[in-house]
Design a protein around this ligand. Structure first.
Ligand code: SF4
Length: 325
């Protein structure tokens, strides 16, 4: 197991009331537990506001967790200080959605790629850095000539290749990919997804893939976790989740995927209302305000995890009851 997180929480306090004298609590991440195997792609899906980006940033400690445990490669890093995290960041990298925003427009690609080496591998000579930059550019399908260019001189796909190259240059084992293709044209998306798959095989990488695009998630993932209002509500192997989702929210999400083959089309489940504000989350099951199958206990009792099979767990009272029957 490369990564284990247990009961991870990120809560923020905010001032409320007319005079701002009272305090409220926003539970952006509310007790998430999961583990990721070496070489696996684990995807996290959910609507905007579900907590998926907070989860990925908290795992990398770009945001400090409020509670819970993060174990990376057998080491508890929950309370690792900045110095320790600087060492760990050679092994834990992140690729963001917007390749243009991720690169300094005033820097050449050479300088952008050298920057992590200057931070994490200070002992490298200038010549060694240059060789590393050339090598990593070739790994992502670019050539040495691209190193002399500025971000605006590259296409969107080339820029995202540079961002991936920058994540790879310190030879990490674990990469968070936060919506890495959603800013790209569909034809370029396929190229970048194939590149990510190929690099994973070649370099034994482990990915945490964050996305709202379920078709992309189905293509790239080994397992998928579904988040709602700061909680994980279902985890399964990719095909098991897509073919036989259990949680009513997962069913609604998957029913919205366009299906070309008429025989495979499922009836669209339209949820009423918006995802509630994390400033005022519902008691009991976080989904009960929109769930078409809710029962009286759903608004009072938080559902526990139930195992459907070895690789499929769901947090829903419908399955707790079945287990007890
Ligand atoms: Fe719906 Fe109740 Fe299951 Fe929540 S616990 S998803 S409200 S049936």
């Amino acid at each position: 197991m490369l990564l284990q997180i247990k009961d991870l929480k990120k809560h923020y306090t905010y001032k409320k009331g007319i005079l701002g004298s009272q305090k409220g609590l926003i539970k952006s991440l509310d007790g998430v537990t999961l583990s990721i195997e070496q070489g696996e792609t684990f995807s996290v899906v959910g609507e905007s506001g579900s907590g998926k980006t907070t989860l990925s940033k908290t795992i990398l400690k770009l945001i400090e967790p409020t509670d819970g445990t993060i174990i990376f490669d057998g080491e508890d890093i929950t309370h690792a200080d900045e110095k320790k995290m600087r060492q760990l960041r050679t092994n834990m990298q992140i690729v963001f959605q917007d390749p243009y925003g991720s690169l300094d427009p005033k820097w050449t690609i050479q300088r952008s790629l050298e920057e992590p080496l200057r931070t994490h591998m200070k002992s490298l000579s200038q010549q060694e850095m240059k060789q590393r930059v050339e090598h990593v550019l070739s790994v992502v399908g670019l050539n040495p000539e691209h190193a002399k260019r500025f971000p605006h001189e590259l296409s969107g796909g080339q820029r995202q290749r540079v961002v991936i190259a920058r994540a790879l240059i310190s030879e990490p084992r674990f990469i968070v990919l936060d919506e890495p293709v959603s800013a790209l044209d569909v034809s370029i998306q396929a190229q970048i997804l194939n590149l990510l798959k190929q690099l994973q095989k070649q370099l034994s990488l482990t990915y945490l893939f964050v996305s709202h695009d379920l078709s992309v998630v189905r293509y790239i993932s080994d397992r998928v976790g579904v988040m709602y209002l700061g909680k994980m509500i279902e985890i399964a192997k990719t095909e098991e989740l897509f073919q036989d989702p259990k949680h009513p929210y997962t069913k609604a999400l998957l029913s919205a995927i366009p299906e070309i083959n008429a025989n495979n089309r499922k009836e669209r489940i339209v949820l009423s209302g918006e995802i509630p504000s994390p400033r005022n989350p519902p008691a009991g099951c976080p989904f009960h305000t929109r769930c078409p199958l809710r029962k009286p206990e759903c608004s009072k009792v938080v559902p526990e995890w139930t195992s459907i099979s070895e690789n499929h767990q769901v947090a829903c009272h419908l399955f707790n009851q079945q287990k007890g029957e």
